[in-house]
Design a protein around this ligand. Structure first.
Ligand SMILES: *Cc1c(COP(=O)(O)O)cnc(C)c1O
Length: 358
């Protein structure tokens, strides 16, 4: 089979060593004679892997002891609801910075629980081409928290500087978590579905300050209270054992690569390869995203006509380059180049784009 260059937005490419390790251990994990999927989540073999995944998250992100690391289900979308369910009292407000489809969805869910307000939005005619600068964000000193989407997977924008807030900063980091060094202490709560940068779908990572867990509401179902999962080391019910096993494989690969500083340098270089093509003098490729808001994870661009865009996507497909169709809300093309997307794939795409233009 010809090599595939996978630019899928999520679920996305996984590191080959994490996959081959899974292949090699598929029928016999840790010398147990069984697949990881067949082990009890209460037994030693699984527990070792579960704790290793959490320990790797703690180590790679330098997560301080006053934070919980939870492995939950329901995706980032469930956290849109679970965050306000826990942290927002009915008569309280929370500040939402609206920078794209995902933050709009998070805001909508928060309206079920309290009175969220829009502290900033960069929407223009239904489109988002940038994130706000810190001084554009109108913060309410009484807000329960401030919610941001650090990388806007659909619009192709990313915060490169986080707002200073007195209220706890809550971040949906689904599409750029661990793409570079992360100062966890800037945040009250971080959540991310695994299927972009951390592993397969099915597991959601939540990093949350212990005092927020403790202060969380108690008048909601126990299963939706962060404290339930914190008290049981995320083993309150059956966790997605195979997804967490894969998370462990991806994190141990990331550690071997040199951790977050090393992956950041690689991501920066990959993004540069593509933006350089888009910036070459000519109006064939157009990246509408404001330069200081450009995402290093999702490179979104247009060609002169939808017909040329379709032709470009199908010519790329012939060369094994998949996943380049832009999100249906914005059209155009999108190259998702998460941690596991090899530099060779990005270089191949850059070469292809130059020759397609000619
Ligand atoms: C993909 C994505 C989501 C949705 O994630 P699910 O795990 O499918 O719920 C939310 N936010 C961002 C930023 C995303 O990229």
């Amino acid at each position: 089979m010809a090599p595939i260059h996978n630019f899928n937005p999520g679920p996305a490419v996984l590191p080959l060593p994490a996959l081959t390790r899974a292949r090699d251990e598929f029928l016999d994990v840790a010398g147990s004679g069984m697949s990881i999927m067949e082990h009890s989540h209460r037994a030693k073999v699984y527990e070792g892997i579960h704790n290793e995944a959490i320990a790797l998250l703690r180590e790679l992100c330098a997560i301080p002891g006053d934070y919980e690391v939870l492995l939950l289900q329901g995706g980032a979308s469930q956290q849109f609801a679970v965050v306000p369910m826990n942290l927002l009292d009915r008569d309280k407000s929370a500040d939402y910075v609206v920078t794209g489809t995902w933050s709009q969805k998070a805001l909508k869910e928060a309206r079920c629980f309290g009175r969220p307000r829009v502290a900033a939005t960069t929407e223009v005619d239904g489109k988002f081409y940038r994130v706000p600068s810190p001084d554009e964000i109108d913060l309410d000193p009484d807000a329960a928290y401030v919610h941001i989407t650090t990388n806007n997977t659909i619009a192709g924008t990313q915060f490169h500087e986080f707002p200073q807030t007195s209220a706890p900063l809550v971040a949906d980091m689904s599409s750029d978590i661990m793409s570079g060094p992360l100062d966890v202490t800037r945040f009250g709560l971080i959540y991310a579905g695994a299927q972009k940068n951390l592993g397969p779908s099915g597991v959601t990572v939540v990093i949350v300050r212990k005092d927020l867990v403790e202060a969380g509401r108690r008048d909601i179902p126990a299963f939706f209270q962060y404290r339930t999962h914190a008290a049981d080391n995320s083993l309150s019910n059956t966790p997605p054992t195979f997804a967490i096993y894969m998370l462990r494989n991806v994190l141990s690969w990331l550690k071997e690569q040199g951790g977050l500083p090393a992956i950041a340098a690689r991501n920066h270089e990959k993004a540069r390869l593509l933006y350089d093509v888009l910036d070459e003098r000519s109006d064939f490729y157009v990246c509408r995203v404001e330069k200081r808001s450009r995402s290093s994870m999702n490179v979104v661009f247009n060609l002169p006509t939808p017909e040329l865009e379709a032709e470009c996507i199908s010519a790329a497909q012939q060369l094994g380059m998949v996943g380049l169709k832009g999100h249906r809300l914005v059209g155009g093309l999108r190259a998702s180049i998460y941690n596991a997307c090899p530099q060779e794939s990005v270089a191949a795409l850059a070469d292809f784009l130059r020759s397609f233009k000619k």
